[in-house]
Write a protein that binds this ligand. Structure first.
Ligand SMILES: [Zn+2]
Length: 233
C-alpha cells in the first residue's frame, strides 16, 4: 500500500511552530487569534451562575477505528448520540486522544486528554475535552488499547469496535468553555470548546498502550488573548 503523505508533524521542521507556514490552508495556525489549546488558569476563569446545562446522551455504539494523520481516530457508525448545549443539538462525529493533555489547568498537564468532536446541523463544531490521570484502575476502553497499535501501523487497516464513551466521563458535568480552534492543521477557528472540570482515570496498562503510539501529540499552549473562559457554577 502507499502511505498517504502526512503533511505535518509534532516535531522537526513540520512541527507546531511551523504549521502556519506549511501551506496557505494552514496559515491560521500562525495568524489566528482564537487558537487552541490554552491554559485554563483559575485566576482568569469567570464563574457563570445559570450557565447553559450540558446534557450528554452517549450510548454503546459500533466505531470504525483507523489511523488519521499522526493519530488514531474512532468514527461512530451511528450518529444518533451526542449532546445538547445552549439549546442546540450536536452529534458525535469522531473522537481521539492526546498524550499528554493539550489543555492545562493552572499549567498542570494531565496524563491524557480525549476529544469528542461534535457537529450541529449548521456544521459548527463543538469539542468536548476529558482529562484523565493514570490510576491502577480506570475507564473501560474495551478492546481499544489492543487495536490501537494495529491500526496505527498501516493507513489501510480499519477495525470495528463496540464502545460506550459514557464510560469515560466524570459524574459531575461542571465544565469550562471558551471559543477556540481545532488543535491539528488546519486549525480552523469557530470551535466551541467544553472541557469537563473533573478528571477521570485511565488504567496504567491502557495508558501505556496509548502512550506508545501517541506520546507528544499535544500542540503547545496558545495565547488566550482577549478571550474569556467561563466555568459553569
Ligand atoms: Zn484533539
Amino acid at each position: 500500500m502507499t502511505e498517504p503523505l502526512v503533511k505535518w508533524s509534532y516535531k522537526g521542521e513540520k512541527g507546531p511552530h511551523y504549521w502556519g507556514h506549511i501551506c496557505d490552508e494552514y496559515e491560521i495556525a500562525h495568524t489566528g487569534k482564537n487558537q487552541s489549546p490554552i491554559d485554563i488558569h483559575m485566576e482568569k476563569v469567570m464563574e457563570v451562575q445559570g450557565a447553559p446545562p450540558l446534557e450528554l446522551d452517549y450510548k454503546e455504539t459500533k466505531y470504525t477505528v483507523r489511523r488519521v494523520e499522526n493519530s488514531v481516530h474512532l468514527f461512530p457508525q451511528s450518529k444518533e448520540q451526542g449532546l445538547t448545549y445552549g439549546g442546540q443539538r450536536y452529534n458525535l462525529i469522531a473522537f481521539h486522544g492526546h498524550v499528554p493533555s493539550e489543555h492545562t489547568l493552572n499549567e498542570h498537564y494531565f496524563a491524557m486528554e480525549w476529544h469528542l468532536v461534535h457537529m450541529n446541523e449548521a456544521g459548527e463544531r463543538l469539542v468536548l475535552g476529558i482529562w484523565m490521570e493514570q490510576e491502577l484502575e480506570g475507564s473501560d476502553f474495551g478492546e481499544l488499547a489492543s487495536v490501537f497499535p494495529e491500526v496505527f501501523a498501516d493507513f489501510g487497516i480499519e477495525k470495528e469496535l463496540l464502545l460506550d464513551v459514557s464510560g469515560f466521563l466524570p459524574e459531575n458535568r461542571a465544565y469550562f468553555t471558551y471559543q477556540g480552534s481545532l488543535t491539528t492543521p488546519p486549525t480552523f477557528e469557530g470551535v466551541t470548546w467544553i472541557v469537563l472540570r473533573d478528571v477521570t482515570s485511565i488504567a496504567e496498562e491502557d495508558f501505556e498502550a496509548f502512550q506508545d503510539i501517541i506520546e507528544d501529540t499535544n500542540r503547545p499552549l496558545q495565547a488566550l488573548g482577549d478571550r474569556q473562559i467561563h466555568h459553569s457554577a
